[in-house]
Design a protein. Structure first.
Length: 92
């Protein structure tokens, strides 16, 4: 979680994806530790942080599924890369 003025950026991923590189066609998506690594949390704890954030970047089956269930992400807004879901939230 990073704060810039009035904006709060949350980057989150399923723990097993940290440090992985997803490739599909011309897409190369790196799940960098510098961007995604932080304290390990439960999915519910991360959902609470999402509700407080203005920008969210998430990757992984567990976290994206829960964000959809909570109504934070529309299923049609999910991009799948090498079978792994990725979604973003931007609150204006």
């Amino acid at each position: 979680m990073r704060k810039w003025g009035q904006h709060v950026l949350l980057a989150t991923c399923d723990a097993e994806l940290l440090g992985k590189i997803l490739r599909e066609g011309k897409i190369v998506f790196e799940i960098h530790e510098q961007f995604y690594k932080g304290p390990k949390m439960t999915v519910e704890e991360v959902i609470d942080l999402m509700e407080q954030s203005t920008i969210v970047n998430m990757v992984g089956h567990k976290i994206v599924k829960k964000a959809i269930e909570k109504g934070l992400v529309h299923p049609d807004a999910v991009l799948t890369i090498s079978g792994v879901p990725h979604a973003q939230i931007v609150k204006m």
